[in-house]
Structures are given as structure tokens and as C-alpha cells.
Ligand binder design. Structure first.
Ligand code: ZN
Length: 285
């Protein structure tokens, strides 16, 4: 799943490679994820339209098109973008939408789980896109300040990882970077927001900025094709049972809400007896 740092890279690459070009071919694979918000023959309505800009908003990627149209994609858990020469060597089985551009490149959006959504809307109607209008403060915007973050945190009664994942508060953090941010902030993922001390809230704010900035720079420096998910630099996510890069303790996986969280029980201790203290359990082989 592309998260914010991945989407920053994907949007930048698409701006560099296909922006300003006309769409000369459009194919739909599985239409189940399409949501047309205006009467139009899809995908033919896209033919001849120029791609004017590509922008990330929260977890959405927004494609501005000629004729005051916008195509907005929420990739959810399994959506992927792949850019290749047209015609593509192969069409992925999970292809949802393929756009070929006048310059000879093809953008394919695939989704193996069909959980994502593609919206086509008139620009004026854009705010009716579900989840889009309700996006919280964008984490890369000037509006994301320490004062705003303190205010948001003070309104919460849930666990801190749930707070980070709430896209109506913070736009946007997914499972991977929620774990990385909590590790950087040295906070246990099950800590309740209302139990956070003031300095912990401030540390969490700093960790969000620092983790996202670091990831954006790291992904840009690798300069990989947009279909490649660069995650090998992460400290805890996807590293359960491997040693913590800071202290060597084995990284643990724990259920928080509906998702699995990876964390280091030494670097991210809990000072309460609410949870199993993993430090006293023998490591699983
Ligand atoms: Zn550690």
C-alpha cells in the first residue's frame, strides 16, 4: 500500500514524466472500484484529455484533467501504480485502470484486493468525494503545527496508534509509518492518548515530522520506479522477531484494534500493567 512518503515520490515522478501530455488510450479492468460522479462514458471520456497536474492529498492521489475533471484514487491496502512504456509488456491481472499518454508511457493502477476506489468528478464537485472533504490536517502542510497537534491529541480518548491512523484528524498515516513514528517517539502503541504526558505529545509531533521527512528523502534518494515499494530502511515495521536497530531486543508484533503493530518492548515500554510485558517472556523461535 502506498503511504504518504510513497505517494510523494509517485506524484513527483508522474509530474516529471507524463504531466502535460494527452491521454491517448484508456482501459478499464475490473470496474468494481470505479465511482463515476458525473454522467460520462468511462473510460472514453478521458481520451484526448491532458493530464494537468498530479497531487497528493492525504492518502489520495489527485489527477487534474482538461475540461475541469478530476480523477481521484484512494489506493487503500493493495492499490499500486506502475509506469511503463506503452504498450506495456503485460497487463497485470489486477489491472483496474490503464492510461496511455501521448509521450509513449502507460500508467497502470492495479488493486489485487479491490479495496481501493477511483472517483471521476467535475472539479466543482470534488468535495463530495467520500473521505476527501473530511481529511484532517495534511502532515506536510503549514497547518500541521505543534499547537494544532496538541489540540488534536487533547481531544482523544483512544490508543495513540488509533489516533495516528485516523485520517479525519491527521492526513495521512498508514500502518507502516504509524509503527515507525511510535518507535521514533519511544511510545508503546497501546498507550492511551489521554495518558500521554505533555512532553510525550510534543515528542510524538516531532517524530511524525522527522519520520516522514526521513522516509521521503530516503525514497527519493533510491530513485526507484513508482511500482517499487522502498521499505528496507524501516526500523520496526515488517521486522517482527528481528533485533531492534537501537537496542537489539527482538521486535514484537501486537494486535492494536484491527491491525498488527510492530514495536520494540525495550525502546517503547509501557509503565502500566495493562498489557503483557514482553520483556519477561522467552523469545519465540
Ligand atoms: Zn529497542
Amino acid at each position: 500500500m502506498p503511504e504518504l512518503p510513497d505517494l510523494v515520490h509517485i506524484a513527483a515522478e508522474l509530474r516529471r514524466t507524463v504531466c502535460g501530455q494527452a491521454i491517448v488510450g484508456a482501459k478499464v479492468g475490473d470496474p468494481v472500484v470505479l465511482r463515476l460522479m458525473l454522467p460520462a462514458a468511462f473510460p472514453d471520456v478521458l481520451l484526448g484529455k491532458r493530464l494537468l497536474d498530479v497531487e497528493r492529498r492525504g492518502q489520495f492521489l489527485r489527477f487534474g484533467l482538461d475540461g475541469n475533471l478530476v480523477l481521484v484514487i484512494n489506493a487503500m491496502l493493495a492499490g499500486r501504480y506502475v509506469l511503463s512504456a506503452h504498450p506495456a509488456a503485460r497487463t497485470a491481472k489486477a489491472m483496474i485502470l490503464a492510461l496511455s499518454f501521448a509521450g509513449g508511457q502507460e500508467l497502470q493502477y492495479t488493486d489485487e484486493m479491490r479495496m481501493g476506489k477511483i472517483y471521476l468528478a467535475a472539479a466543482a464537485q470534488e468535495s463530495d468525494i467520500p473521505g476527501y472533504r473530511d481529511l484532517g490536517v495534511d502532515l506536510l502542510s503549514e497547518g500541521f503545527t505543534l499547537a494544532r497537534f496538541r489540540e488534536l491529541a487533547s481531544e482523544r480518548r483512544d490508543q495513540v496508534r488509533q489516533f495516528l491512523l485516523d485520517k479525519t484528524a491527521l492526513a495521512s498515516i498508514g500502518n507502516a509509518y504509524a509503527d515507525e513514528i511510535l518507535f521514533a517517539a519511544r511510545l508503546h502503541p497501546k498507550t492511551f492518548c489521554h495518558r500521554l504526558r505533555a512532553e510525550e505529545v510534543d515528542r510524538l509531533f516531532g517524530a511524525i515530522r522527522q519520520t516522514l521527512d526521513h522516509a521521503i528523502a530516503e525514497i527519493a534518494s533510491r530513485d526507484q520506479p513508482i511500482g517499487v515499494k522502498v521499505r528496507d530502511f524501516l526500523a520496526v515495521r515488517g521486522r517482527a522477531q528481528k533485533p531492534c536497530p537501537v537496542c537489539g531486543t527482538l521486535i514484537r508484533k501486537v494486535r492494536v484494534g484491527k491491525a498488527d503493530a510492530c514495536f520494540c518492548p525495550t525502546c517503547q515500554p509501557t509503565d502500566r500493567k495493562l498489557f503483557v510485558d514482553f520483556r519477561n517472556l522467552p523469545a519465540k523461535k
